[in-house]
Design a protein. Sequence first.
Length: 246
Amino acid sequence: MRHYAIGDIHGHLDKLQGVHALIEADRAVTGDHAAPVVHLGDFADRGPDVNGVLEYMIAGQTEGRPWINILGNHDRMMWHFLQEEEQSDPLRDDLHWLMLNINIGGRKSLASYGVDVSDDRPVAEIHAEGRAKVPAAHLDFITSLKEYHWADDLYFCHAGVRPNVALDAQVQDDLVWIRKDFHDHHDSFGPLIIHGHTHLDEITHYGNRLNIDTGAAYGGPISVVVIEGRDVWELTENGRRPVTPA
């Protein structure tokens, strides 16, 4: 079965539309217009148009596009901040969504909705204006995001999985936040794990996992791959480029 997968988006609508155009070009070659497209999360934060990205994603769902949308840690942080009573991320209460000294990206997300996120403005005021201006449909979209998608020999998630824990017993904290323990595991997970979360200069295939986050949050591109069985190709303006284990 063929799958397309798109790495971390981070509020870059133009780049997101660009990789969808690459998918449509590949579909025209294969004739397959039903293969699912898995978005690996982090729709929110750091980029200029989170509002536009979420509108685009909701419109695609409404139109019945074959999209599977995965929860990222930045999406989870956005949802928790915008509840009636502001909340920290359940795992990372050391990180405030509006932090000034670390580029979490919450201020850019809210600015895309027209919220005044001035550095000297009280957080309570920003929170109140954010709740007034971010549509409920956008928070409902985040609520609807899947923790993972498992299809035969492929397992898609945002950050990775906890080694030596069954794939159907993974917890959300790991699926959206894990790094070191996952990255340091070199044995097979069974299915190939397709993930983002930790940005690299290029798509990298480790044999047991495939990282397709190429740093859109930091000026890099959004990357897209097509997977058939366990064979992987990056989609480019010049067609498919094979991605093989390093």
